[in-house]
Design a protein around this ligand. Structure first.
Ligand code: HEM
Length: 421
């Protein structure tokens, strides 16, 4: 039996623990929901939002923001001091995610200004570490409230009020939304915000979780990919040749046409292998079952009557027992045998150890849209620009990366020169 894939009628056998529940609510919305039956219900309701048809409806939104990013880089990217890629990719991804989640306009790229929501989210990232620690050491819980009170209650409630107002407005809007968003599936039939505070809170939670789930991992995926490519000029050159050799014009690039590029897919996968979005793992509780031949008993801890177990995608992917040359960026490992750059050295890689989107009933519902946006972004940016690290900058993710509740990468200063200009 495996931890995350094991299930009966899509109800997981190793339920999620409270450790990754970062709120204080009775229920956990969608991603933080610990009750497997309730999770199933919400996930089923949301499923059509991630179907092929719904995906198509997001294409224009993806183009709109990637093109705006490219415009901004055209005017700012070639300055001597370069641009801070971390910030700009964060802005791109929060704009895309908020718009796709519930037609919320963050306007970070447009205003060239950090939305307050994002600043608070990054603070919250640090708080998540504290919250997780208290779940693991329940006797320390009173200190948690002191910490949260001291650190962030005020700013948090402000942003929560603001987000609720925007969500209520979204619920009331009928035909005036620009495009179908993920939240459409949850809107009450009469398009009035529920009067029951618990019901309204549930909607707020799911909307907020969609926004964060659709922002943070893609943002990391995009800038880690650029980072690995900049550190590996030969691979960058091969990828640029593939992209510029395939597309005659910038406008030919779409999420579907970019899906034909096998070296691009290999680079994106390799980036996700070396630097997966999730550093902390996904803790689940044992019902008393065998995993990989080992019996994990059912135990008793506060709020979760199970022994907590988890695997880490970060460690699995960097383990030389699973991948040859495990710590190196080697996109070739993902190429098929008939590709000219195929290398047999990687034929024994254990590709099943690469599970960045998790598995089973909790598997990422946004993985397809994430692939769309990352292919589109990398293909358009590398079609348009020659990239180089600003001189004097020597970032090293293994040295500089700061891992909070959700990873937050080190800054990266990059030149973007229009290659035709
Ligand atoms: C690099 C891109 C992404 C990665 C690596 C990633 C990874 C994951 C992982 C590991 C989970 C399981 C979390 C858990 O069990 O606690 C998850 C869940 C989820 N992700 Fe993603 N994700 C990505 C992009 C996205 C995007 C763009 C969306 C769009 C909104 C999204 C929406 C979701 C949702 C809704 C869930 C909860 C599924 C459920 O519990 O039913 N993700 N993701």
């Amino acid at each position: 039996m495996i931890l995350y894939g094991s299930h009966n009628k899509n109800i997981e056998l190793f339920p999620k623990t409270q450790i990754n529940n970062h709120g204080n609510d009775e229920h956990g919305g969608l991603i933080w929901e610990w009750d497997p039956v309730r999770h199933r219900k919400v996930a089923k309701q949301m499923a059509p939002a991630f179907s092929g048809r719904a995906l198509q409806a997001k294409a224009l939104t993806l183009h709109k923001y990637v093109d705006l990013f490219v415009d901004r880089m055209t005017s700012l990217g070639s300055a001597t001091r370069g641009v801070d890629l971390t910030t700009w990719i964060n802005w791109l991804c929060v704009d895309m995610s908020a718009d796709m989640a519930y037609n919320r306009e963050m306007n970070a790229l447009k205003n060239m200004e950090e939305p307050r929501y994002l600043t608070l989210l990054q603070d919250f990232n640090k708080a998540i570490v504290i919250i997780q620690m208290f779940w693991r050491f329940p006797l320390l819980v009173p200190l948690k409230y002191l910490f949260l009170l001291f650190k962030m209650v005020r700013s948090h409630s402000d942003i929560r009020d603001h987000s609720r107002q925007l969500l209520e407005r979204r619920i009331r809007r009928k035909d005036s939304v620009e495009h179908i968003d993920f939240f459409e599936q949850l809107i009450p039939k009469n398009r009035e915000p529920p009067k029951d505070p618990k019901e309204m809170r549930h909607l707020e939670q799911v909307a907020g979780q969609l926004l964060v789930a659709g922002y943070e991992p893609p943002a990391m995926w995009l800038y880690f990919t650029m980072y690995h490519l900049l550190k590996s000029p030969e691979h960058l050159k091969t990828l640029i040749n593939e992209i510029r050799g395939t597309f005659k014009s910038y406008d030919d690039i779409t999420p579907e046409s970019a899906a034909e590029l096998s070296f691009l897919a290999a680079c994106l996968k390799e980036s996700l292998r070396l630097t997966p979005g999730l550093l902390t793992g996904l803790p689940v509780g044992s019902p008393g079952a065998h995993v990989d031949g080992h019996f994990i008993p059912r135990g008793l801890i506060v709020n979760s009557p199970q022994v907590v177990c988890q695997s880490s995608s970060f460690s699995m992917a960097r383990d030389s027992r699973n991948f040859s040359d495990a710590l190196q960026f080697r996109p070739e490992r993902w190429l098929s045998e008939d590709h000219p750059l195929y290398v047999s050295q990687f034929s024994n890689d254990n590709q099943k150890a690469f599970q960045p989107f998790s598995q089973g009933p909790r598997m990422c519902s946004g993985r397809e849209i994430a692939w769309w946006q990352s292919r589109l972004f990398v293909a358009k940016v590398l079609w348009k620009f020659d990239l180089a690290m600003v001189s004097g900058e020597h970032p090293d993710i293994d040295r500089d990366l700061k891992g909070w509740g959700i990873t937050y990468a080190a800054k990266r200063i990059v030149h973007m020169q229009d290659h035709a200009g």
